[in-house]
Design a protein. Structure first.
Length: 261
């Protein structure tokens, strides 16, 4: 083992009071749950835009950020996040109505009843963040060419993500700073990497609009972020409760193992 002396302020989990370890463990558990739900949400919202509902693909991301190039916002929504709101045959009827030019004459008889029954509980205009689908003109608007998530929405989601992810990785990184890991640079990289990925990820959303292959950057940065989350999470949990005191840490107390009371 290369012997970089331990920093005066470094404390391994085994040196911390049990109360602190309980707070850390509880925070890790809830963050882990949050991450899982986040991923479920991601797959639910994005998969299926390319016609294959089960996987999240490069095409799904390109369509989400730049539009499908052919369909409308209505079509993308019905094939993606709104697909569970109505039976498939009703969704197909809506899509084909939109594709045929969203005629006013067929709206009242065929389209309105479906919308009233399946959509208006959320899209009646009472929620300012959801498209209002009440009436022909508003419906006509969502049948126009889909150009993907608009810049304003991206800006809104960006700032929420930047704040939210920073909280997550600040907490996780601070907990993980108590881990004993050699080589030391690996520990530094694991702590810093998610922050770099966060900046790259969010920038790539905008760049996909300009150049589609940036969707690979979005996927890679998301993947690396998830991998560093999982790695820090597992090492923290393991060292906190199962691995005992590292030799170098015990040595500075002149003992073999620290027994925490
Ligand atoms: C339970 C509430 C709910 C119901 C019912 C619902 N939606 Fe949505 N809808 C949402 C939410 C929430 C979003 C935003 C989802 C997102 O951004 O991922 C949304 C987004 C959309 C969008 C995308 C708007 C945009 O700006 O691109 C369309 C189009 C849409 N819904 C159409 C429908 C249609 C058509 C129906 C009926 C078949 C329907 N929705 C039923 C909640 C609902």
């Amino acid at each position: 083992m290369s012997e970089t002396p331990l920093h005066r302020l470094y404390h391994h989990y085994s040196e911390l009071p049990v109360s602190m370890r309980i707070v850390y463990t509880a925070a890790l558990c809830i963050l882990g749950m949050g991450y899982l739900f986040g991923m479920l949400y991601l797959v639910h919202v994005y998969s299926g835009r390319d016609g294959n509902p089960n996987t999240l693909s490069y095409e799904d991301l390109v369509i989400a950020y730049t539009g499908s190039g052919k369909g409308s916002r209505l079509e993308s929504a019905l094939r993606g996040p709104m697909s569970s709101m109505l039976p498939a045959e009703e969704a197909n009827a809506l899509v084909s109505w939109a594709q045929k030019g969203a005629e006013r004459s067929t709206y009242e008889s065929f389209i309105r009843p479906t919308i009233d029954k399946r959509c208006m509980s959320c899209h009646d205009g009472s929620n300012p963040h959801l498209a209002n689908l009440g009436g022909y003109d508003l419906m006509k608007k969502v049948t126009e060419q889909d150009t993907g998530t608009d810049i304003f929405t991206l800006v809104r989601v960006s700032h929420i993500h930047l704040f939210g992810m920073t909280f997550i990785f600040f907490i996780l990184g601070s907990i993980f700073s108590h881990a004993f890991l050699r080589p030391l640079w690996l520990k530094y990289v694991l702590i810093a990497l998610p922050f770099v990925c966060e900046a790259v990820d969010i920038s790539s959303w905008y760049l996909v609009k300009v150049y589609h292959p940036f969707a690979y950057v979005t996927m890679a940065s998301g993947g690396i972020m998830g991998a560093s989350f999982a790695t820090m999470w597992l090492i923290s949990m393991y060292q906190m409760w199962f691995s005992g005191t590292p030799e170098a840490v015990a040595a500075r107390h002149g003992v073999k193992e620290i027994i925490v009371g």
